[in-house]
Design a protein around this ligand. Sequence first.
Ligand code: PSV
Ligand code: MN
Length: 428
Amino acid sequence: MIDQALVHDFNQSRIQRHKKDFEFLADQLDQKGFDIEQIVQQLAEFAVAIPSWALGTGGTRFGRFPGGGEPRSIFEKMEDIAVVQSLVRSAPRVSLHIPWDEPDDPQALLDFALEMHLGFDAVNSNTFQDQANQSYSYKFGSLCHTDAAVRQQAIEHHLHVIEVGKQLGSNAITVWLADGSNFPGQLHLRKSFERTRDSLIDIYSRLPEDWRLFTEHKPYEPAFYSTVVQDWGSSLMLAQAMGERASCLVDLGHHLPNANIEQIVARLITAGKLGGFHFNDSKYGDDDLTTGSIHPYQLFLVFNELIDAQYDGGLTEAPAYMIDQSHNLKDPIEALLQSVMELQRACARALLVDRALLSGYQEENDVLMAEMTLKEAYETDVRPLVREVRMRKGGSTDPINTFRRSGYRKKVNQVRTASSSYVPPQSL
Ligand code: PSV
Ligand code: MN
């Protein structure tokens, strides 16, 4: 794992420079009426879950180019996640995909996680692929299927995922369905949605008291004509039909180009149904690019809605945050470090929006000054702030450099010798 002395020494080697930068920022913020200590405290609370499937090199349907030292088991994935956490200190939980990362012995996995100071976030079901030994195929859908026996099998899978999650101390399940059709006429649009709704109500009725259920929408892929849970409206209808503990999960990559995602976030907050996020980015149709790599301003605007609603009480419960990316070209650990750092920055910037000022400009319809107020926060160089937060929590001021210096990848490359045979699930 990462030697904490290395992290400490690395931070110390840059401490003078960092202190100067931090003091300069503190002074700048002070002049704007912000108490940097308060911002540090708020930012320190931000946490995002790491998905179990993001640690191996993903692939596209055209090929996969595996890197060295890929984790061969969920235990090795946990080790990699612990490395990420030890450097960024905002990634304390793991989100499992079942059956991709189903533990043979959940108690052993939980013990291992606790040893690594990790916990479990929302568990993810998988009815978008057929599994060995299952009786019916999901070729034509799962919870929406025309055949009640297939729906029942999918419902039971969800109950099983919840059962595994319970043993791991998780308290939420995310349901993403590939159900849909490729051709007009293939599916009855209303009936398929209604069957999905009824299946979900069935699952929800058996959800443990202290659990939440998130529905995740996606406009297309693998269904290319109609996806049953295609958009946030459909997702909201499902969450409302299920009940109070059901809400919607927004995957940033699951929108058609130019969709106003921050507005979708705002609408879901108003409906009291914003449950969680999957962070990533997208230029065209992919939903696996590194968070903030394409649309960093949009990421900031999403956080702006979240922080705004936290302040005015619109958001009573923190959404479940997770990174949902598949890494094809970058070292997965480095890409995750980069993503968490990007999220820390977006959150920091949103905390620096002068909300009283913004609200005043909005009331007066001063369009330009309202926009400039957002830009003022967005353009602040918050790097000293996020470095300080990471350092105070025991992490690194420069996670990627520290990771490279640690030689971790090289070490696991030698140990995980069977890595060439490892085949991670293909990215969806
Ligand atoms: C589907 O594209 C998705 O975003 C869902 O969250 C899946 O669970 C995840 O990707 C993994 O492929
Ligand atoms: Mn997702």
